[in-house]
Design a protein around this ligand. Sequence first.
Ligand SMILES: Cc1ncc(COP(=O)(O)O)c(C=O)c1O
Length: 468
Amino acid sequence: MAKLAINGGPRSIPEDIEIAKDWPVVTKEDKAALIRVIDSGNFWGKDHPETAALEKEYAEYTGTEYCLAFNSGTSALHGCVAGIGIEPGDEVIIPSLTFLASATSVMHHNAIPVFVDIDPETYNIDYRKIAEKITDKTKAIMPVDYHGLPADYDEIYPIARAHDLVVIEDAAQAGGATYKGRKAGNLGDISGASTMPLKPLPGAGEGGLVCTNDKGYRDLADMVRMFGEIIEAGRQRQYNAYTMGWNYRMNPLVAAMIRSQLKRLDDNVRVRHENGAYISGALAEIDGVIPPYVPLDRTHAYYIYYFKVDPQAAGAEKIPAGRFRQAVQDILRAEGVFVRLSQHTPVPGQSLFQVKRGYGKGCPWTCPYGRDVAYRIEDYPNTLDVLRRSLALDARFTYPSTSKKVIDMMIDAFRKVFENMDEVVRYAGSIDYREPWEEISTMSPVEQHEEYVSESLYQGFREDKKPG
Ligand SMILES: Cc1ncc(COP(=O)(O)O)c(C=O)c1O
């Protein structure tokens, strides 16, 4: 049996192997698109020709009526929240496992995120648990197409319609993925995508895209994007704000790069999906590795390949799940396969929600119209269990440029580790282990806040808890 690298054996993936080309891959066509903007000397404008063309092309691509380009996925989601008419104190339902920005896009509008636990198979919002979280303040549900896998829209819509709620799709990670033949971005009543350079549809810098078929949502999101004004091509600007607005315009260099990358998105996502399926097919053969579940009616963009490990099935039943995951993580890394935690805590476990500083003075929770929603991580048992057992694989193994040869080396590393279960068990017994949400720090979120947040932030806030 091959000796584990952690015990001095050879690495499964030698250090000098190139796993894949860096992402994004920038072609001569991408460069020409960027030069086109530079040569034009025009670097600005909500209706810049590159931005306007991108909006038309992405609306066509997703099959939606309207698209608006924003300067990040976060601002795009805030545009969605504002565009559907969310107001202070309104509540939006969000999965407890996602990237923070899903929740903060709601709070940017003084509204309140209410979290729902996830389905342990898909890692997406568990639609069976949505209804119990709906109150008379709930205005929207924001499913997240997490890791690049579209959520369960056919089950979510009947709940939304029964309670007169809008569905905001957080498609930040899922550019190019499909659900029952429809593209991500066209699965919500309104959607926000991210085009930051690591995402499946990358721009030359930060960016985001809002899509909808609703003209009213589109028009309000458009005003919010630029200072609350109504600004239309060919119409003299009035310099009059009709509503609260921000400066969320996309940089035309970013737009030009996205347009160029959009031409390759389907091919890239097809290969990502094939790579993911190939990896899953092989890992499923290893007792103790549980690949991500992809329902047959959808495709996965594999922004993140997230899998579980199970000590029972691996023959290490005496090792608790989290400790086992930590051991596998360390041992795979030593073999040259970088794996990591994705999120460390259910989003409501982050200090922001535990301490509820928000904007200060208790807002948005205890401001007028708000509600002091309780955020307890134990209310999200599936999320805790998934965080304890799961790892994110080095994204390069699903990049379109990675080779089968390198993927096979990675799979061999998994085989080697799981064949050496005695060694894994011995190693697992020797390490210090803390749950992922404790790894952030052994301090409670409240203590962390007091330790790390500067004193100035405390002015006007929790006088009793002011440090020093
Ligand atoms: C699920 C999710 N929502 C929202 C965002 C925010 O996108 P951006 O980083 O472009 O602001 C991200 C970014 O990673 C994300 O993963």
